[in-house]
Every structure is written in structure tokens, then in C-alpha cells.
Design a protein around this ligand. Structure first.
Ligand code: 3HC
Length: 700
């Protein structure tokens, strides 16, 4: 059945327009057309005011992102044209905002003559978060309403504000606290009519805008800090250029400048990469075989093992209001865990990061016990014990006997076989991996690992939990290292080979930081402890996951044999005499000695070679994971890399990059690298098959 994109009626001389495009009233082509038609109808009608609402949960989330990159049907009005038609109306137009008004929706509201918002409504121009700038007058009208200083923060930083702050800034005229917001908005419009208030086009306002010289000085001053925060992204800086165009006093010229920048960015790599991640993050939440009923909410959870990871998981759960029972069989370890948890929270309080009340509220939700029987009523248990299969199977066997039917039993293992763990229970369908990344309170990624028996319901319940605790969940299959760490190992192995061939740690890390990673993988290794990866390599060998004939990163073993495990031992790939990483002559000597031991003549290695080898190692392993179904979608891999490993946002992720390069070129590069550096680069069958079929992307 066709529905109206804008519901339009006239009652008591007030025209009421309702944006209606579920789920978020995006301002797609049909909405824009309907708004233009409504504006025409209003011009010819006897109405005294117009009120513009959003239907359902919000006013609107802005322009329809899914239309970007697709040519609209001929004659479809653009958003700037639509907003101009609303602004040109000869009676007062009130935008009535609830839920949220983001991007083009806030631009529409700013194009109206007056704004009323329900208390708590969120307002923002988050375009820079998807690699663009506002393209429908946001950079031109907003400074005219709230001044350049406040506008810069919203436009270039994408800062969201609430209705109360909007009111303080002059963006919102009235904040409504009542339960009947609609009635309040209509009453506000009638009040304006009774007062004789006329149209008040923002484009004609000059009273809040600083003088051109003041505004330009402000923009110049802020440019350096915006550039620093942008970390390689272009959009925030281009937003400043568009804002600068608002200072000349010529609205039409400013609009033209804004639109030109918007269109240039919209079709560029940064915006496509960031849109890709926006969509991928949402697609990753969809689980094909999830039951249609939403999962039951988790009220009580257990955490088994109360070391650093267990404490982090307990905190994350408590912060979302889940009651947590932490189990540690050894009373001394339990006490130590509780004390360290409390100390961590107290530090936050001392640094002003949380209130003493918040700390107490979180502590009240976490209780510790040495008895597994304390988990009988838990809806979910997450095991975060020692990374040892016998320990884990023992725990799961006893959980199976204790926990109520239907409880989800999850393991935080980062490397062990989930099916073996699940087989220790009589309910493998309820067993899954919940792989948090350290520190669990900070890192946003949660890999939800499905074994061969994990049900869709179990995966869906963990996905819902991820959202509730502020994590981004990605479902992955059961393979050594799952998706993230498995790929990470390929990347670090290339880094080790590069060291053996001639690079030094700072060469490798600087090349990857230039690419956009916050840290290079060798500096990260020093933080997490080189012994951890050493154990993983041993486990990989034991699991038969390492080809004995393929090159092996001897240098990584040699440094561990010295006991140089990274920061915690004062030396790893770098030394840490004053706490900061510094190049270390003894490490360089060790690396050179390994090259000699392997008979490798060291050579100068360029940053481009470092980046190419590390990235193609990632791309190739990602394609293998896709080909074997361990990763469901290419976008899932990119989300894992964004939130688990800090892959630069504006580059989209390794799989996005592979598609951008195109399969033929990816294949040719891998073949060249394979000839030079061996089987790590043997093209993944998926890449070879797609290239042979003449496809440019990893999937259709
Ligand atoms: N266009 C198209 N679809 C959108 C959308 C948009 N602007 N915003 C959200 N959606 C879709 C999502 O893709 C999702 O679809 P799905 O159900 O098929 O997966 C659905 O709406 C619900 O979104 P979320 O799952 O994200 O719901 P939440 O409640 O968690 O979040 C939100 C809602 C805060 C609005 C969040 O979706 C968001 O931040 N959206 C993007 C807002 C934005 O960037 N607006 C600017 C758009 S660009 C623009 O306006 C250009 C203009 O200047 C010309």
C-alpha cells in the first residue's frame, strides 16, 4: 500500500505537515517532493501558520543516506530547494522537534521560521561523521541563528546538543516539558498568530552573526585544533571553508559554496568509506536465523574469573544496569579482584571522571563469591578464566549443572575452539563466544562467536546485549583467532618479516601510523605484552595452524627468549626508561643478529613497501575468512577492524579498500608479493575466483 511521505491536513487555519518515512523519517526524494507540493498547496490556501512534525519516534535523521551516489529521478527537488520553499512561505512556519533532528532535518528546522522542541530532543549536524558537510544550508543558516563560535562546534566537530542547550544558544525558541507535545506545538503556533508574528526567514537574519572579520579570525584560530582532531579526514576542514562563506553577507553565494563542497565530498573516497562503515555497522547487527521475537532482557549475569578482563566485563555490564555475580574460586584472588575494581573506580572519581554516587551504584551491582552455585539464577554467564582448554571445559561442565535452563553460557576465549568448550555441556546451542577486547571498558568491539551448534537465539541475545552495553557486536565463526586476531596475526607477522629483512621497529610503526593507525603493531605488542603473542604462536603451531615449510618470524621468538616482553619488562621492541617508547640499540642488534642467523642480507625498506605488505596480508586473510564463511560479510570485517584495531575511519576498512582497488589489481599485487615473499600472499581462493569471473568486488 502506498503511504503519504508527508501527511498534510489543515485544522483551525493551521496547516499541519507530518514527515512520514519510517524508521527515521529520512528526507528522501518522495518526502522532498511531498514537502514542495504541500508548500504549494499552503501558498494557495487560507492558513495562518504551518507546523511541521515528524511521525513516530523522531522528527527526522536527515537526508536519506541510502540515496547518496544514486542519481535521483529527473525533476526531484534537492533538499536546499525544498527548504527554500518552506522558508519562502508567507505565514509563520514552526518546526516541532522531538526525538532527534539530525543533519538535513536540522537544516529543515533552521529553514523554518520558529522552532519548538520537546525536552530532551537531540539536535546535531553529524555530517562530518560520514565524511561530508551539511549540504542544505546548515553552514549558512546556523551561524545566522547561533553565531559562528557555537556553529563551528556543531558543524565541524559534529557535536550533538539537547533541546535545553539549543534554547540557550538561540536555536530553539521554546522547549516543551509537557506529555502532549503536539498540542503544545499547535498552541505555540496559535500564540504566534495571536501575537501577529510573521514569517522570520533565517537566511535574512544578521543579528547573531559576528562581523566578517571577527568570524574569520575565529575560524582561522580554530583551524589548527580542528585539523589535529580530524586526524587525516578532510570533511571537518572543508566544513570551516563552508562556514567562512557565511561571513560575506551574500546568502546565495554562501549556499553555492556550501553545495559545491558538499557534492565534492559526497562522492569522494572519505565519504564513501564512512558511509560504508555506517551501513556495515548496522548490517552486522542482522542475524539471519534470529527468532522474530526480541530476546528476553538480561537482568542477572555471572562472570567467572575475576582478573583484569573479568573485572572489565563486570563493570561494563553493571554500567548498563545488569546485576553481576563475579566468581573466583580462590578467595585471595577474589579479594584482589574486588580491590582492584574498586581502586580503578576510585581513580576515576579522583580524576573527576565519575561521581562517588555513580561509583557506588556500580559497585552495588557487583558482588563476588567463591561458589559457582551463586550463578544458578544468572540469565548469562561470561567465562573469563585462564586461556587453557582443560580449565575452560571444567568450568563449562559445572556451569551446565548449575545454571538454569536457557541461560546463555559464553566464553571470552580469544583462541580456543568453541565447539570443544560447548561439548562439555548438554546445551551447546546456548554456548557462544563473547570476545571482548582489552580494556573491556574502553574497546567498542564485541566478537560474538558462533560454534557449530550456537543457536540464532543465543547469538541474537548477545547482539542485543552488545547494543545495550554500548558495544558494536559482530557475529563471527569459530576459527583460530576468529576474525580480528586471525587477521592481526598476519599483519604482525609481516611486520616481523620486515624487521628480519632490514626495517627497524620505528620504520614499521611510523609507516602504519602515517597510514592512519593510532599506533603501529609493534608498539601495540609492547603494550599488550609480547609474551601473549608468543603463547599464541605456540598454540597455533600446536593446533597445526602454521605451515612448517613457510617462513617463520624467528625475531619475535628471539626477543621473548630474552625476556623482553614490552612495557611491563621495561623493554620490548622499544625501551621505556622514562615511560615513553624509545629506539633501543640492543633491540636493533638483536634484530640484526636474527637477520644474520637466517642468512638474510639486510636492505633499506620503504614505507610504501611496509604498508603494502601489511595491508595485503590483511586483505588476503580477510578474503579467506569470507570464503570460508568465518566472516559473514566484508563489512563485518571492516567493523571489526574499525572498533577492535583502530583502522582509520576514513579508509573504510581492509575489505572496503580491496573493493576500491578492484579484484584484478588485488590479485596481481598478491601474485607479485607471493613471488617475492612466499605463501603468506598466495591469493585467497575468493579473490582468484572473483577476479577470474571479471568481478571488481569481493561480493556482489
Ligand atoms: N538515512 C537513511 N537511513 C537512515 C538514516 C539516514 N539519515 N539514519 C538512520 N537510518 C536507518 C539506519 O540505517 C537503520 O536502518 P536499518 O534498520 O535498515 O538497519 C535505521 O534507520 C535505524 O537506525 P539505527 O539502527 O542507527 O537506530 P538508532 O536509534 O540506533 O540511531 C540515529 C538513530 C541516531 C538517527 C542514527 O541512525 C544516526 O546517527 N543516523 C545518521 C544521522 C545522520 O548522519 N544524518 C545526516 C545525514 S546526511 C545529511 O543530512 C546531508 C544533508 O546535510 C544534506
Amino acid at each position: 500500500m502506498m503511504r503519504d511521505s508527508v501527511i498534510f491536513k489543515i485544522e483551525n487555519d493551521i496547516a499541519v505537515l507530518r514527515l512520514c518515512n519510517p524508521p527515521v523519517n529520512a528526507l528522501g526524494a518522495s518526502v522532498r517532493k511531498a514537502l514542495i507540493e504541500a508548500a504549494k498547496a499552503i501558498s494557495g490556501a487560507d492558513v495562518k501558520a504551518v507546523v511541521l512534525f515528524g511521525y513516530g519516534r523522531c522528527f527526522s535523521a536527515g537526508a536519506d543516506i541510502s540515496e547518496f551516489g544514486i542519481e535521483p529521478p529527473a525533476g526531484t527537488p534537492t533538499l536546499p530547494e525544498t527548504i527554500a520553499a518552506i522558508e519562502d512561505l508567507k505565514v509563520p512556519v514552526v518546526a516541532a522537534l522531538h526525538g532527534f533532528a539530525f543533519g538535513g532535518a536540522l537544516e529543515l528546522a533552521v529553514g523554518a521560521h520558529y522552532r519548538i522542541a520537546a525536552a530532551g530532543t537531540k539536535l546535531g549536524l553529524p555530517e562530518v561523521d560520514i565524511g561530508i558537510i551539511p549540504g542544505a544550508g546548515g553552514t549558512q543558516r546556523l551561524p545566522r541563528l547561533i553565531g559562528m563560535k557555537a556553529a563551528v562546534d556543531m558543524v565541524a566537530n559534529g557535536t550533538r546538543i539537547d533541546a535545553a542547550r539549543g534554547h540557550d544558544l538561540g536555536l530553539i525558541d521554546e522547549v516543551s516539558e509537557t506529555d502532549s507535545f503536539e498540542a503544545a506545538a499547535i498552541a505555540y503556533a496559535m500564540h504566534l498568530v495571536a501575537e501577529g508574528a510573521g514569517p522570520r526567514p533565517t537566511s535574512k537574519r544578521e543579528d547573531r552573526l559576528e562581523s566578517a572579520s571577527e568570524a574569520m579570525a575565529l575560524l582561522d584560530e580554530i583551524r589548527t585544533s580542528i585539523a589535529k582532531k580530524a586526524k587525516g579526514r578532510v570533511a571537518p576542514l572543508r566544513a570551516l571553508d563552508a562556514l567562512a562563506a557565511a561571513t560575506g553577507g551574500d546568502f546565495a553565494a554562501g549556499m553555492a559554496t556550501e553545495r559545491a563542497i558538499f557534492l565534492e565530498l559526497r562522492d569522494g573516497t572519505e565519504a564513501r568509506a564512512m558511509r560504508h562503515l555506517f551501513k556495515a555497522e548496522r548490517a552486522a547487527q542482522k542475524i539471519d536465523d534470529a527468532p522474530t521475537e526480541p530476546p528476553a532482557e538480561i537482568h542477572k549475569a555471572g562472570v567467572v574469573g575475576f582478573g583484569t578482563m573479568g573485572q572489565g566485563i563486570a563493570l561494563v555490564l553493571a554500567r548498563a544496569g545488569v546485576q553481576v555475580t563475579a566468581v573466583e574460586i580462590d578467595p585471595a584472588r577474589l579479594e584482589a579482584g574486588l580491590a582492584s575494581l574498586k581502586k580503578g573506580l576510585q581513580d576515576r572519581v579522583d580524576r573527576g571522571r565519575m561521581s562517588p554516587q555513580q561509583m557506588q551504584a556500580e559497585l552495588d551491582l557487583i558482588n563476588g563469591t567463591t561458589a559457582m552455585s551463586g550463578l544458578a539464577e544468572a540469565d548469562l554467564v561470561i567465562e573469563a578464566a585462564l586461556e587453557n582448554m582443560d580449565v575452560k571445559t571444567d568450568i563449562f561442565r559445572s556451569l551446565d549443572g548449575i545454571c538454569k535452563p536457557g541461560a546463555i553460557l559464553a566464553t571470552n576465549t580469544s583462541s580456543l575452539d568453541l565447539d570443544t568448550i560447548a561439548a562439555a555441556t548438554t546445551r551447546p546451542d546456548n554456548v557462544a563466544g563473547a570476545h571482548f577486547f582489552a580494556p573491556a571498558q574502553v574497546m567498542k568491539l564485541l566478537e560474538i562467536v558462533r560454534g557449530s551448534a550456537t543457536s540464532g537465539a543465543t547469538a541474537a541475545a548477545l547482539m542485543a546485549l552488545a547494543k545495550r552495553i554500548g558495544k558494536v557486536g559482530v557475529v563471527v565463526g569459530n576459527a583460530f583467532g576468529f576474525v580480528g586476531n586471525r587477521m592481526y596475526h598476519r599483519y604482525t607477522w609481516q611486520a616481523y618479516f620486515l624487521l628480519q629483512e632490514g626495517a627497524l621497529p620505528s620504520d614499521v610503526d611510523a609507516a602504519m601510523q602515517d597510514f592512519g593507525f593510532p599506533l603501529g603493531c609493534l608498539a601495540v605488542g609492547d603494550i599488550s605484552g609480547l609474551d601473549v603473542a608468543w603463547q599464541v604462536r605456540k598454540a597455533q603451531r600446536a593446533a597445526g595452524d602454521v605451515d612448517p615449510d613457510a617462513p617463520y618470524p624467528v625475531v619475535a621468538d628471539r626477543i621473548c627468549e630474552k625476556g623482553w616482553f614490552g612495557r611491563k619488562t621495561g623493554r620490548g621492541w622499544y625501551s621505556y626508561a622514562d615511560g615513553k617508547p624509545a629506539a633501543d640499540a640492543e633491540v636493533a642488534a638483536l634484530i640484526e643478529a636474527v637477520s644474520a642467523e637466517l642468512g638474510i642480507e639486510r636492505r633499506a625498506i620503504s614505507a610504501d613497501e611496509i604498508r603494502e605488505r601489511c595491508l595485503f596480508a590483511l586483505i588476503n586473510e580477510g578474503a579467506r575468512l569470507l570464503g570460508t564463511g568465518i566472516a559473514v560479510r566484508p563489512g563485518d570485517i571492516d567493523v571489526v577492524w574499525r572498533y577492535g584495531y583502530g583502522f582509520p575511519l576514513w579508509r573504510g576498512g581492509p575489505m572496503f579498500m580491496a573493493d576500491e582497488i578492484g579484484m584484478q589489481d588485488v590479485l596481481a599485487t598478491l601474485q607479485r608479493l607471493e613471488a617475492a615473499y612466499g605463501p603468506a600472499f598466495t591469493p585467497a581462493p575468493l579473490i582468484a575466483a572473483r577476479a577470474a569471473a571479471g568481478k571488481t568486488t569481493l561480493v556482489d
